[in-house]
Design a protein around this ligand. Structure first.
Ligand SMILES: [Cu+2]
Length: 720
């Protein structure tokens, strides 16, 4: 595809307001009409690109109307869409002076974030009956604010939808956002739809960043539209969409009415599809199966009543991302509210813990046998499962180890950890009821100094298998104890599951950095012993762990603190940009395929639920051009194979990251699998582990990362 390289008029930076009525046309850059969108190179940075989500004043969210002068005009939404149901129409019926503009709102939520030194391909589908329209571009200077940048290209008359595209000039220093749109400065009608803005920069820029604080802290955007459901559970699907599950959403009225909700959220387009939800999946377990179907285990049978607390249920479903629908599978043997779900190396799933129908945590171990020929499977009868017993509690975080055993990290939800703390559960004989499946206690979890005796502080902590999975090290960070309702801890613990000598034991890790807590409406700095529970930890493609969100006590006092953990150095870098939205109980954060982090949910003690969505751009998105994976020889990968890809620039690492299935600070399947490289120019061979217990079968995001620590956008590959 040919692309226009912008030639700037010498005085472009002196251009003021559009002035498109006459003189500015002389500065307009010629246009390139492409057969299709140029968006394949990277992510589309436009929010509400198809204008499908409506905002205030009956106009699409993130879009604004501007203009001046003596003219008669109308700006609104039309059904004559290029795709979806809406497009934006501008008509000038009479004109003496001035112009009218439709443009992305110039604010932090709506305007695309950009990197100085980069160029961007802008695209728009349009119909027009006037030659007098132009693409107009604005930029945000970190010192001087928003300013007009230049008019880029005219949009030739076209009676049917046509794609207009143009590449921006190099973004100047100190610019962190751009905004653009279409200007109509002559009589006629212009309809636009499906806008795109894609980073077109191919060469690394050395990693220098001149965009201010975002260079080291990253940046949060709160999206301009709320979630359509109470996002208590989030599962990233191989389609790139996110399954957001509420069930009854911890709302007694919804439960009483039998109103259960889920939605498929498209993070590229910002759209929601409400999914008929046949049962109450509130606080169910979930995990992706080898073919990408999502297994849902248990959920809520009843809300508290008559002295009885929440109770679990025994139903189970599969969500199929190909059809965006739920299908029931056979029931679990017992009832489970807050069960874990961990995929094993053979593609089966083990599920433990959760409260039963009696509200008690003494529940049986469940085993789901996956059937590759149907993409589904069945829960085995309990007589087929070795019921070597422990009290696993609620959402016990069970991580698959490289030898096929399970590591119970000690991270769990709600109250005391009645188990010994952390265990290794040898499930090698799980399907032999006559055998013994020993459970070995793992020592070393710290107790909070001055905390309640005989208990622990791992309630709503977060445990992660640190990158790379091959290192077999686990970190547990933060946590509290709702039974005592005491301030959450800053403690972290790290364990090497296969130490060179001795038995595995947790060792103290670095303290979580102190944050600022909102206590009784006032922001206060945390004391030396105060940390957070409800903490989220997200593995990034550069091998770092982003730690965000959380609260100081039970469903109160959100903590505004975020840091970057470096597993190799075992240190936290404090002072990352903090999510403006409180993220405590029923909140989650997870990695998107474009390398950003999405955060959802918050369900404080007053019973309200925060529907806002935040998206974090890590510092690496401001440090030069992203590498691109231009070709993946095959998306079906095999254990032990060397898989071939092509990239557009030098890279230093490649990695598989398993898509999130997260709730309540718990995603026991989160993992980053390193892919050793064989480099031949831009052709790269990637060595896939021979061990399915390192990378359980399923869909993964494949990233490559360059020497600046800048990752590509992910490609999806299927392993196994
Ligand atoms: Cu819950």
């Amino acid at each position: 595809m040919s692309r226009y390289r912008a030639q700037l008029p010498k005085n472009w930076h002196k251009l003021k307001a559009v002035g498109a009525a006459s003189g500015a046309a002389a500065f307009v850059l010629p246009m390139v009409v492409a057969a299709g969108s140029a968006a394949s190179a990277g992510i589309n940075l436009v929010v509400n690109a198809g204008a499908e989500t409506m905002g205030p004043a009956n106009f699409p969210l993130c879009w604004g109307k501007y203009g001046y002068g003596k003219n008669t005009y109308s700006i609104g939404v039309t059904r004559r869409a290029h795709s979806g149901r809406r497009a934006i129409q501008v008509t000038l019926s009479k004109r003496t002076t001035g112009y009218r503009v439709v443009q992305m709102l110039k604010n932090t939520a709506c305007a695309p974030w950009v990197t100085p030194g980069h160029q961007y391909d802008l695209g728009v589908w349009y119909m027009s009956n006037t030659p007098d329209s132009v693409i107009s571009l604005y930029r945000h200077d970190v010192r001087n604010g928003w300013q007009f940048w230049m008019d880029l290209t005219r949009l030739p008359v076209s009676g049917r939808y046509r794609h207009g595209s143009v590449r921006t000039p190099v973004v100047p220093p100190r610019t962190n956002q751009i905004s653009w749109g279409v200007t109509l400065y002559g009589r006629g009608t212009l309809i636009t739809d499906d806008y795109s803005t894609v980073d077109a920069t191919a060469k690394p820029s050395g990693g220098a960043c001149t965009a201010g604080a975002v260079c080291s802290k990253g940046a949060w955007q709160v999206l301009p539209f709320p979630s359509r459901v109470r996002a208590i559970h989030a599962v990233l699907l191989y389609t790139g969409n996110v399954l957001l599950v509420a069930g009854s959403g911890n709302d007694p009225d919804s439960f009483a009415a039998g109103t259960f909700m889920s939605a498929v959220y498209n993070p590229v387009k910002g759209t929601f599809q409400i999914i008929p939800t046949p049962d109450d999946f509130f606080c169910a377990g979930h995990v992706q199966l080898p073919n990408g179907n999502v297994l849902i285990a248990g959920g809520t049978l009843a809300y508290p009543a008559n002295g009885q607390g929440y109770t679990g249920q025994n139903t189970s479903y599969i969500f199929d991302p190909a059809t965006n629908s739920y299908q029931q599978v056979n029931n679990l043997n017992g009832d489970h509210w807050y069960p874990s779900a961990t995929e094993l190396g053979n593609g089966d799933v083990i599920s433990v813990g959760g409260l039963g129908q009696d509200g008690n945590g003494s529940v049986i171990t469940e085993y789901f046998q996956y059937n590759p020929s149907t993409g589904r499977g069945k829960w085995l009868n309990q007589t087929q499962i070795n019921q070597n017993y422990d009290y696993w509690g609620t959402y016990p975080d069970m991580i698959l180890m490289q030898n096929g055993e399970l590591f119970y990290t000690g991270s769990h939800v709600i109250g005391n950890n009645i188990s010994s703390g952390a265990d290794i559960y040898d499930i090698g004989q799980i399907l032999n009821p006559a055998a013994n499946a020993p459970i070995t206690e793992v020592p070393g979890l710290q107790d909070q100094p001055g905390g309640p005796p005989g208990t622990d502080m791992t309630d709503q902590s977060m445990a992660i298998l640190l990158p790379p999975a091959q290192a077999q090290r686990v970190m547990l960070m933060g946590g509290g104890n709702v039974n005592y309702n005491i301030p959450a801890t800053r403690l972290t613990d790290v364990i090497d599951l296969f130490p060179t000598s001795g038995s595995p034991a947790y060792k103290p890790g670095p303290l979580l950095p102190a944050g600022t807590a909102m206590v009784n409406g006032k922001l206060v700095t945390e004391t030396a012993s105060e940390g957070k529970m409800y903490v989220s930890a997200v593995i990034l493609p550069n091998g770092q762990v982003f730690e965000t969100g959380g609260g100081l006590i039970n469903r109160e006092d959100p903590v505004f603190e975020a840091s970057m953990y470096n597993p190799a150095a075992n240190t936290f870098t404090p002072g990352m940009a903090t999510d403006p939205v409180p993220r405590t109980y029923h909140s989650s954060a997870f990695l998107l395929p474009d390398g950003r982090v999405m955060a959802i949910g918050n369900n404080p003690g007053d019973g309200s639920f925060d529907m806002r969505i935040s998206v974090y751009s890590p510092p690496y998105l401001f440090h030069g051009a992203r590498p691109q994976i231009t070709r993946v020889a095959t998306s079906q990968w095999h254990y032990g194979a060397t898989e071939q890809i092509t990239v557009n620039q030098q890279i230093v690492s490649a990695e598989l990251i398993r898509p999130a299935a997260v709730t309540h600070s718990s995603d026991p399947n989160q993992r980053y699998v390193a892919l050793p490289l064989t480099v031949s120019g831009n052709h790269i061979g990637l060595s896939v582990t021979t061990n399915p217990d390192i990378a359980p079968p399923g869909w993964y995001m494949l990233f490559v990362t360059n020497a600046n620590g800048v990752p590509s956008v992910a490609k999806w590959v299927h392993v196994g």
